[in-house]
Design a protein around this ligand. Structure first.
Ligand code: BV8
Ligand code: ZN
Length: 259
């Protein structure tokens, strides 16, 4: 059943020429990837300070690497859901400029881009996301910065700490931890697309983590429309022009397909 809000949102999306789709962990919830702050969220059962900061990695690299190994194993069992696919198809339909900006590190937007591009016999480029917080499936050397595909082992038990073949420093997940800077060029492109956007669709985020959470605010300040899709109200709901309460996997196909 399409609610009035979703129908209104669909009209605004259809009229837009430049859009940003800004996503958080909620867009992957229906794929089985745990969110951070929900009832069964990761931060409910784990302490951020012990797992997602450079200090934690320096203090106890094995525990941090085992937690990320567990997450890698979990995400490798997950697939893009109808929300990821609707967003990718929307970005590839060529009728408007769509920039996908994600806080997620699960790689599901990238996989949806490949699927949608294959369906449409086109290149995935326009549907490939700006990954503000990096990617779980990549390692980065803590010494020389060299990147490589992570080895997703069966168990999340780390026997030997992984080391860089070039400089022997410890390898770490290629994600942005709390207290770390985001990649300046990725963030600049995300901010520019937010500033130019007629509409910023905000999907499945608690809008608490900065600087990512400033993306919809940049669109609003530049006169664009902010539209939130979430299963509940968030701190952004007061800023958003429209809030559609519903699961991303149900709402986005209605809002985006054929619009
Ligand atoms: C930096 C990668 C500075 C790792 C992540 C006080 C004020 C302002 C800022 C700060 C402050 N104190 C500290 C800071 C800075 C800090 C920050 O913002 N902290 C917050 C918590 C206050 N930020 C940083 O540290 C950033 N770096 O600022 O550097 C600096 C300056 C100078 C010099 C050096 C440094 C770095 C932040 C990046 C941290 N890394 N992830 C990993 O994943 O392991 S953040 C982490 O949170 C994830 O990326 C996640 O995506 C992100 C945001 O969370 P959400 O995606 O929103 O997920 P959440 O669970 O919270 O919400 C899910 C939502 O989905 C909910 O609303 C739910 O209702 C909804 N939902 C659920 N199911 C569905 C759904 N919606 C639709 N459909 C559904 N089915
Ligand atoms: Zn190295």
């Amino acid at each position: 059943m399409v609610t009035d809000e979703a129908a209104r949102a669909r009209e605004l999306v259809s009229a837009a020429r430049r859009l940003v789709v800004f996503t958080g962990a909620g867009v992957s919830a229906e794929s089985g990837v745990p969110t951070f702050r929900g009832a069964d969220g990761l931060w409910k059962s784990h302490r951020v300070e012990e797992l997602a900061t450079p200090e934690a990695f320096a203090r106890d690299p094995r525990t941090v690497l085992e937690w990320y190994g567990w997450r890698r194993g979990l995400v490798s069992e997950c697939s893009p859901n109808p929300a990821h696919l609707a967003i990718a198809r929307f970005a590839l339909d060529g009728r408007r400029r769509v920039t996908i900006v994600t806080q997620n590190v699960d790689g599901l937007h990238r996989r949806a881009a490949m699927t949608a591009a294959a369906e449409l016999a086109t290149q995935p480029g326009p549907a490939e996301p700006l990954e503000l917080h990096g990617a779980l499936h990549r390692d980065r050397c803590s010494g020389c910065g060299r990147r490589s595909e992570a080895v997703v082992g069966g168990s999340a038990v780390v026997r030997e700490l992984p080391r860089c073949p070039a400089c022997d420093a410890l390898l770490r997940p290629d994600v942005v931890w709390f207290g770390e800077m985001l990649d300046a060029s990725v963030l600049k492109r995300a901010f520019e697309s937010a500033h130019e956007a007629d509409v910023c669709l905000v999907v499945g985020t608690s809008a608490l983590v900065y600087p990512a959470a400033s993306i919809p605010q940049i669109t609003a300040r530049a006169g664009g429309i902010v539209m939130e899709i979430n299963v509940e109200a968030t701190p952004l709901s007061d800023v958003a022009d429209h809030t559609v309460i519903g699961a991303a996997g149900a709402v986005l196909p209605i809002m985006l397909e054929g619009s």
